[in-house]
Design a protein around this ligand. Structure first.
Ligand code: NAP
Length: 290
């Protein structure tokens, strides 16, 4: 039997509608329009597209957004000073630093400079610590999106087994903590994991966040598993064109899994809808503490 598609675009659309309602209600109650400031550094073409999409999504739900386009050779001090300025501005609720940054910049220091309550990507050590403690405040957007996609087809995930492949803070490591908070038994795999195929083919839920096109073939997947493909890989085709591929070989996986996300149209749209959710949450947090 063929797997059913988990439609991230459709779910993200519903989440955006809910967020638009929340923005309206918040504005009515407080007179405050949530606002997101994005730092885009250099001229990394995918980052430019991601930021454009985030700005469009903000407009759609009524969040005010500002993009700070900084040159590739901006200094660490200039970035930190911009963030410090935004941290203290009452009309700025969310700050997002679009990653990856140019190599000369210290990403860790930049993320640690963000005000934790404005850290809408959830990557400040305070937010990651809260996630690890099972008391999350602002949760990283992509892992939160993966969880929502899983829950949209599997109502009760307590006691299920999951293998998450990839241990970046942005995705795999944070998702492993998040799923653990929902009583899932999680194995976090990476490039040094031995017998990956054997381990992953036992999981009820398989998440691939590797960055390697179609790495996960059918034999990595348990019969009837839920498969979440986080990977976004641009693959060059003959004739100078290109296309996007996930980390999962969709054709093969679809013959084994029960549910599977497509690329594009799976995790990507959920990442953006969770950025909007986090921006509203950040505005609420700041208005309740002021
Ligand atoms: P990353 O920081 O490069 O991390 C990749 C992870 O995959 C690392 O932990 C690495 O292990 C592991 N890995 C690499 N080769 C492996 C192998 N052969 N077997 C097992 N594990 C392996 O990447 P990322 O930022 O997490 O992103 C992963 C993918 O998701 C990328 O395609 C990215 O574009 C995509 N992404 C999508 C969204 C979205 O919204 N859909 C958001 C973020 C990222 P080591 O730690 O041992 O090196």
């Amino acid at each position: 039997m063929m797997a059913q598609l988990i439609d991230g675009k459709a779910l993200a659309f519903l989440k955006k509608q809910e967020t638009a309602e929340q923005v309206k209600a918040f504005l009515n109650q407080t007179g405050i329009q949530p606002s997101l400031h994005v730092l885009l550094i250099g001229d990394h073409p995918p980052s430019r597209i991601y930021v454009q999409n985030k700005k469009k999504a903000c407009e759609l739900v009524g969040i005010h957004s500002v993009v700070h386009q900084l040159p590739f050779d901006v200094t660490q001090d200039d970035v930190l000073n911009l963030i410090r300025g935004l941290n203290v501005r009452q009309d700025v609720h969310g700050i997002l630093v679009q990653l990856p940054l140019p190599q000369h910049l210290n990403t860790q220091e930049i993320l640690e400079t963000l005000h934790p309550k404005k850290d809408v990507d959830g990557l400040h050590p305070y937010n990651l610590g809260r996630l690890l403690m099972g008391k999350p405040l602002l949760v990283p957007c992509t892992p939160q999106g993966c969880l929502q996609l899983i829950q949209s087809v599997e109502k009760n995930i307590q006691g299920k087994t999951a293998v998450v492949i990839g241990r970046s803070l942005l995705v795999g490591r944070s998702l492993a903590a998040l799923l653990t908070n929902y009583d899932v038994t999680v194995t976090l795999a990476h490039s040094k994991t031995k017998d990956l195929k054997e381990i992953s083919s036992k999981a009820d839920i398989l998440v691939a966040a590797i960055g390697s096109p179609e790495f996960i073939t059918g034999d990595y997947i348990k019969n009837g598993a839920v498969v979440i493909d986080v990977g976004i890989n641009r693959v060059e085709l003959e004739g100078g064109t290109s296309c996007l591929k996930g980390d999962v070989n969709f054709k093969e996986a679809a013959t084994v899994a029960s549910f599977i996300t497509p690329v594009p149209g799976g995790v990507g749209p959920m990442t953006i809808s969770n950025l909007l959710i986090n921006t509203v949450k950040a505005a609420q947090l700041q208005s309740s503490s002021s």
